[in-house]
Design a protein around this ligand. Structure first.
Ligand code: ADP
Ligand code: GN1
Ligand code: MG
Length: 387
């Protein structure tokens, strides 16, 4: 327990603020997220039962307005609860559930100015760091597609933009150029090859944002951070159960969700793998995800959206690479790192994947074409479902 207290001085104050009835048995750091500090709390309830909760210290240097962030999370989770109940599902397991403080608030501000929130811990689940089988990945795709479909009618205008320009690749590229120019840590020399790779692809950065501006791609409510460890699988049925990490649910393009899942899950290597020979795009995983995502969206994507999915995969991978590279150059101030050069290693895997996608472009497009034809047949047979 001492390590937890050393890491977060005011955790006990936060625990107290949520007023869970029962005796706190353990508190421990939990999970592999890069952004928030996550803890698992185990309580013994007055009736002798054990109950677990997730406590998170929100990263307020990244999320500057925790109040707005939690308004989004509470709004979306309450809405999802209703949809899940209507569908006959279990709302305590199929969505996050925000626990309120004693004062009825969605989060607690401690005396050091840290922001804390609590969720029901979803028991009997597995969180995957890497795809184990195409079936799991297909399943996660259906779940992310469903997520978007369930939120299709959500009043998007009430959502706050928790991180402005989150998937604006043009802005991300400008940030990279600024970091190169400033070279705050003297690391530019160590990343010459990666910098050259990033700069050579400037023309790609605006492809999706241009189509959005021209009205050729629709804005939807998207998750925006669809990596595989942001989904919980049921430990017994092995089916995708609950989408978590809702901090970046905002209006966005379907390509952001599709692409981010591909960059993380369809890679044959881990995101920080140092042996780049182990990293490539697995086309069968790409196909499994594309099939599942379109099925989950249930005929709601337009032809143009479908056509642009390979670009979504490439651009989200490239964008994540330039974000890791920018953070490396700026001194690892955004993503949690666990070793020297960690962000540069992550940059390299993303750029290796981008290069591999460029090689496999024709095959990726053919897979999407085939999935798109099936989707068009589905829309013909179910005219009420399409746009
Ligand atoms: P980050 O933004 O830092 O990625 P997440 O919200 O994704 O934080 O949480 C980190 C990890 O904690 C997740 O990958 C998952 O393993 C676990 N986790 C988060 N919320 C829950 C929950 N309600 N039930 C079970 N596990 C959870
Ligand atoms: C972060 O929060 P987490 O660990 O699920 C990041 C994503 C990146 C991802 C790279 C809010 O995701 O955008 O794609 O790391 N989240 C935020 O692994 O910046
Ligand atoms: Mg996460």
């Amino acid at each position: 327990m001492s390590t937890v207290n050393e890491k977060c001085g005011k955790i006990d104050e936060a625990i107290e603020a949520f007023g869970i009835k029962g005796r706190l048995l353990t508190k421990q750091p939990y999970g592999n997220g890069y952004i928030n500090d996550t803890f698992l709390l185990t309580y013994q309830l007055p009736n002798g039962e054990r109950k677990r909760y997730i406590l998170q210290r929100m990263n307020h240097s990244i999320f500057k307005k925790p109040e707005e962030l939690m308004e989004n999370v509470a709004g979306v989770t309450e809405y999802l609860r209703q949809v899940i109940v209507k569908q006959g599902g279990n709302p305590d397991r199929e969505t996050l559930n925000v626990i309120k403080t004693r004062n009825g608030k969605n989060y607690y501000t401690d005396s050091m100015g840290n922001f804390w929130r609590m969720f029901l811990f979803i028991e009997q689940t597995i969180c995957l760091e890497q795809v184990k089988s195409p079936e799991d990945f297909y399943d996660s795709a259906v779940a992310f597609g469903n997520f978007q479909r369930m939120l299709a009618e959500y009043p998007a205008q009430t959502l706050h933009e928790t991180i402005p320009d989150f998937h604006n690749t043009v802005v991300r590229f400008q940030n990279l150029k600024k970091a190169i120019k400033e070279d705050r840590m003297g690391r530019v020399d160590l990343a010459q090859k990666e910098i050259a790779f990033a700069l050579e692809r400037e023309k790609d950065t605006s492809v999706l944002t241009d189509l959005l501006r021209e009205g050729k791609l629709p804005l939807r409510v998207t998750h925006n951070d669809t990596k595989l460890n942001n989904i919980l699988f049921d430990a017994e049925t092995k089916k995708a159960l609950c989408i978590i990490d809702l901090d970046t649910v905002m209006p966005g393009l379907s390509h952001y969700d599709f692409g981010d899942s591909i960059r993380f899950g369809a890679s044959t290597g881990a995101e920080d793998e140092r042996d780049l020979d182990k990293v490539e795009l697995d086309l069968s995983l790409f196909e499994a995800f594309a099939k599942g995502y379109l099925e989950g969206c249930s005929g709601s994507l337009t032809d143009k959206e479908i056509e642009m999915l390979p670009m979504g995969a490439k651009l989200m991978t490239y964008e994540c690479g330039i974000r890791f590279l920018t953070d490396y150059l700026e001194g690892d101030v955004y993503f949690k790192v666990h070793r020297e050069g960690h962000n540069l290693d992550r940059t390299r895997t993303q750029f290796k994947l981008v290069a591999d996608m460029e090689k496999k472009w024709v095959k990726m497009s053919a897979i999407i074409n085939a999935c798109g034809s099936r989707d068009a047949d589905f829309r013909l047979a179910n005219p009420s479902k399409g746009l």
